[in-house]
Design a protein around this ligand. Structure first.
Ligand code: COA
Length: 320
């Protein structure tokens, strides 16, 4: 038995912020942003929190799967911009959708969160503990980026994507995940829990900081390596892989990965132009877009691949 994606759902806030809009706030330009990243616009949440976006994506995934909220055994939310430290965003989603029988918790694996959540569910399914799970990637990174820092604020966007997973005969073939904590400084956002009893220092809200080139180098090395390893250990031919669905961080990273894998760009669908980097939401947002466009057929072999802060990375080989 293995995890199968039974339904996908996505939701983004309605406010669109273009590169030209950002050029009014920081010293940047549409030309700089789009040529270096492929991003033209992003969605920004002004009214909703991460759990609101997550709950709406979850409702849509449940509807697509034909699964009732009370049938869920487990809810895992991957996020690095939760509304609260606790309760977890997953518990907030549980309350919003009425998934009364589910255990719910968040995981922190940044942009690899959706892939890590899938790995965790697979463990529960393989051991026979649960049969039906909801995984969600949701972010309101607009609330943690420093809007005075042009090197990061232009890259990210808000959104949510969700998948209902069922324990079935076919679906996920193999998966892996990895971490390198020694590179943690490359992409960081400190939490509010930095108060100090002795000095009286009070917690402050941290902002995201990033060494863009370090992250770039990490991604173009780790992502192809992990995909190659997944392909090799499953004796799968690259010709049999229909699509590589990569975390949407930067068009140039996707192009570099395609070059290293010696695979054509038409196997690498992208939505970064419309949404920017939505972190852990980007893979399910892209999957949802592909489902709506009818790009995925039953039996297609695809690879999902995420990477992000931690540093973390993960990949999944599955049959649609
Ligand atoms: N607009 C205009 N200029 C900008 C800018 C912006 N938004 N952001 C940075 N610059 C400037 C820099 O200040 C620098 O100027 P200088 O040469 O006068 O010092 C110049 O552009 C080049 O900066 P650099 O950081 O070398 O650019 P880059 O070509 O490496 O591109 C990134 C920057 C962030 C696009 C690139 O490093 C990247 O994509 N990294 C990966 C980031 C990522 O994906 N993070 C999320 C992972 S989940």
């Amino acid at each position: 038995m293995t995890a199968r994606i039974a339904g996908i759902g996505a939701y983004v806030p309605e406010t669109i912020v273009t590169n030209d809009d950002l050029a009014k706030i920081v010293e940047t330009s549409d030309e700089w942003i789009s040529s270096r990243t492929g991003i033209r616009e992003r969605r920004i949440s002004t009214k909703e929190g991460t759990s609101d976006l997550a709950a709406e994506a979850a409702r849509r995934a449940l509807e697509a799967a034909g699964v009732k909220p009370e049938e869920l055994d487990l809810i895992i939310l991957g996020t690095s911009s939760p509304d609260c430290n606790y309760p977890s965003g997953a518990c907030e989603v549980q309350a919003k959708i009425g998934a009364v029988n589910a255990a719910a918790f968040d995981i922190s694996a940044a942009c690899s969160g959706f892939i890590f959540a899938m790995n965790i569910v697979q463990g529960f399914f393989k051991s026979g503990i649960y049969q039906t799970a909801l995984i969600i990637g949701a972010e309101t990174l607009s609330k943690v980026v420093d809007w005075d820092d042009r090197s990061t604020c232009v890259l990210f966007g808000d959104g949510a994507g969700a998948a209902v997973l069922k324990n079935e005969e076919s679906g996920i073939i193999d998966m892996l995940m990895g971490s390198d904590g020694t590179k943690g400084e490359a992409l960081k956002c400190t939490s509010r829990s930095l108060g100090n009893f002795l000095t009286g220092e009070r917690p402050e809200l941290g902002f995201m900081t990033m060494d863009g080139q370090e992250v770039f180098r990490f991604a173009v090395k780790r992502v192809p390596e992990s995909i190659e390893s997944l392909i090799k250990r499953n004796q799968t031919a690259k010709e049999d892989i229909r699509y590589y669905i990569l975390h949407q961080a930067n068009e140039r990273i996707v192009e570099a990965v395609a070059r290293r894998l010696k695979e054509p760009m038409d196997k690498f669908p992208m939505i970064i132009e419309k949404y920017g980097n939505t972190s852990t939401a980007s893979i399910p947002l892209l999957l949802d877009d592909m489902v709506k466009k009818g790009m995925l057929k039953a039996g297609d072999k695809i690879i999902l691949s995420g990477f992000g802060a931690g540093m973390t990375w993960g990949a999944v080989l599955l049959e649609w």
